[in-house]
Design a binder for this molecule. Structure first.
Ligand code: ATP
Ligand code: MG
Length: 243
């Protein structure tokens, strides 16, 4: 359903995405992981059309979408939840969920979705989606909008970021139920072992390249081995260290 062919993106002489080739099948739950700055967010922004590759192609459902705009890709069924969720001043949670679902859902239906992302629906449904909501609350509301959009491909950039440890278990359950909630392919960037464990496949990125694709067990073993290799520190003179 999604294919990236030789996708490259270079800025300031740095290869942020270095010849990415990737195929993702329909109805899969795929996790992307890797060190900070390895190109994970950039990769998913290419798929949504927030950034454009310097070269290469992006194919979605057999159609070349490389030059399509964000809204055109959204109309084809791709949706995106940001690492830092967007706020909508003046719009209530209920309004936002109605817009996302593209139909006049009832408050009861909106409340059901809010409950499924772990929010006490009555408290939130009439609140404005502004800065008064906490980071974790905004994340959950954003996940609810993506779920309601009925996307063919739902992309989540670190949904666990900013979520406290107590709410985290509850959020993992949301993602464990994601297949039912999203009814399509889910592509999720995460550093959390529990999220990687529920994925059909995990993609490990490093320095703008796909280093490995495999089960969470294979990827975590590989990652630990490589982190140990790249963390050897040489002591240079006094107290100064250099990698
Ligand atoms: N438009 C741009 N111009 C210059 N540098 C960029 C641009 N977009 C991304 N980068 C750089 O590319 C690298 C990859 O960024 P990206 O946000 O994709 O990383 P990431 O893997 O998502 O990291 P994190 O785990 O911290 O979210 C970073 O070093 C970032 O500073
Ligand atoms: Mg990122």
């Amino acid at each position: 359903m999604l294919e990236l062919k030789n996708v490259c993106f270079t800025r300031d002489n740095k290869k942020i995405l270095d010849n990415i080739n990737l195929k993702i099948d329909t109805n899969k739950f795929i996790a992307i992981t890797g060190p900070n700055g390895s190109g994970k967010s950039t990769l998913v922004k290419m798929i949504m059309g927030i950034e454009k590759p310097d070269s290469g192609e992006i194919i979605f459902d057999g159609k070349d979408i490389t030059n399509l705009k964000i809204n055109e890709r959204a109309n084809l069924g791709i949706s995106f939840a940001f690492q830092q969720p967007v706020k909508f001043k003046g719009i209530t949670v209920y309004d936002l969920l109605k817009i996302a679902s593209k139909k006049n859902i009832t408050k009861k239906e909106a409340c059901e979705v809010l409950s499924r992302v772990g929010l006490c629906a009555k408290e939130y449904v009439d609140r404005e989606v502004n800065g008064s909501l906490s980071g974790g609350e905004l994340k959950r509301i954003e996940i609810a909008t993506v779920a309601l959009r009925g996307s063919k491909l739902a992309i989540f950039d670190e949904p666990e970021a900013g979520i406290d440890l107590w709410s985290f278990n509850n959020l993992i359950e949301v993602f464990e139920n994601m297949r039912e909630l999203v009814k399509g392919t889910t592509l999720i960037i995460s550093h959390q072992e529990r999220i990687l464990n529920i994925a059909d496949e995990v993609i490990l990125m490093r320095r703008g390249k796909i280093e490995k694709i495999g089960s969470s067990k294979e990827i975590l073993e590989n990652n630990i081995k490589n982190s140990i290799n790249c963390c050897k520190v040489k002591k240079v003179g006094g107290n100064k260290c250099q990698n």
